[in-house]
Design a protein around this ligand. Structure first.
Ligand code: MRU
Length: 376
């Protein structure tokens, strides 16, 4: 996507061919800055500190992390160490494990002297495929927004509610939940987005609003608790969110607060869609509430908030009384019964056993994005 007219991805190999560049997401929306990673340790710190975040981008970053490690030492031992420290950087988004396993399956059968080159090539393939897959997700999801527009007799913009940031900043490009919005907007379908601010780290208020604003998409930031009220009053046509890990049965883990939005959507008969590449599906587990590891982060993310002050400086202020403990669960699980459909690169699939089996089969046969053959 473009930033002030210049096309950007969120991650790319730097011109020197030896380091990896990323957009520093901790500084947005106040400052647009790129940083360079030179070592696998830089990548681990960047994922942990959320310089990059979002499940598909974490996966792509892990691929490049392995490549940087292989450039220094291509031995089996160095690979396993890089795998371990990257794997431990964040626990919930399954794309991390997916990308690391893919790097392992390509690299370990090769002799060490061929590994560095193959690692950079494979990391680039992972990134390029993510762009294709997200673009395909956008095409499939665009149909849902188009349908909502037809349902409203084309009389008004379609109102979409989203949570957190599942836009291009959370992937390599396009995004998952926001890709259908960009595609619909670019096709001339009038769309307006309700952006949940997404406490405590405010990925909605700072990243989604920034992205949508740069693309010219009409949007309004709301506090996290406003969504239910809007749904009760007919002001949301559909919800589209992303996912960090979705189970084989269709339970969806996403940013904390997603579950409450799904409950409100269910109560108000608002369709609730989850947009995700198949690399976000963990086919090894079925029950998301029981099996998905939920990251807990530092309590300071709850007690302290950062922002731009009147004098143009980025700073932090404390919100809570000294001594009040805080708990910071980063994700929750929405049971499949509240999910209308999974919008994937292979089409839209309701989370029903026979549909999940079909999706799994299509994913096993295919290698990338697919034409919109499976929309329903
Ligand atoms: O903690 P984050 O910012 O990494 O969480 C991101 C999300 O929850 C996104 O919704 C999810 O990764 C989908 S990204 C396309």
């Amino acid at each position: 996507m473009k930033v002030d007219g210049q096309p950007y991805r969120t991650i790319w190999l730097s011109a020197d061919g030896k380091s990896v560049s990323v957009i520093d997401q901790t500084l947005l929306p106040h400052l647009f800055k790129t940083v360079e990673w030179r070592t696998v340790e830089d990548v681990v710190a960047g994922i942990r500190n959320m310089v990059v975040r979002g499940a598909p981008l974490i996966g792509a970053a892990a691929g490049y992390g392995i490549a940087l490690a292989m450039a220094v030492d291509p031995s089996d031992k160095a690979f396993e160490r890089a795998y371990e420290i990257l794997f431990a950087s964040r626990p919930t988004a399954v794309n991390l494990r997916w990308a690391l396993d893919r790097m392992r399956s390509v690299l370990l059968p090769l002799g060490p002297n061929r590994r560095a080159e193959a690692a950079f090539a494979t990391a680039k393939i992972i990134a390029d495929e993510d762009v294709e897959n997200c673009s395909a997700i956008g095409e499939h999801g665009k149909g849902l927004i188009q349908q909502a527009w037809e349902n409203a007799q084309r009389s008004r913009p379609v109102n979409v509610l989203t949570h957190c940031n599942a836009g291009w900043l959370a992937t390599v490009d396009w995004g998952t939940a926001l890709a259908p919005i960009y595609k619909a907007f670019d096709a001339g379908i009038p769309v307006h987005v309700w952006v949940d601010e997404t406490r405590p780290r405010n990925q909605g208020a700072s990243l989604t609003a920034w992205e949508l604003g740069h693309h010219g998409v009409p949007h309004t930031v709301i506090v996290d608790n406003a969504g239910g009220h809007l749904m009760q009053h007919g002001q949301v046509d559909l919800c589209i969110v992303g996912s960090d890990r979705t189970t084989a049965g269709g339970d969806v883990c996403n940013k904390i607060g997603t579950y409450l939005k799904a409950l409100a959507a269910h109560d108000n008969r608002v369709p609730f869609y989850v947009a995700l590449p198949v690399s976000t599906i963990d086919w090894t587990i079925d029950d998301g509430v029981k099996s998905i590891p939920i990251e807990t982060r530092a309590p300071e993310e709850v007690t302290v908030i950062s922002g731009l002050s009147g004098d143009g400086k980025i700073g932090s202020v404390r919100l809570t009384p000294e001594g009040s403990p805080a708990m910071n669960y980063a994700f929750d699980v929405t049971p499949r019964r509240f999910v209308t459909g999974l919008v994937t690169e292979f089409g839209v699939f309701p989370p029903l056993p026979e549909e999940m089996a079909k999706l799994r089969q299509e994913a096993a046969l295919g290698t990338g994005s697919h034409p919109p053959s499976h929309d329903r």
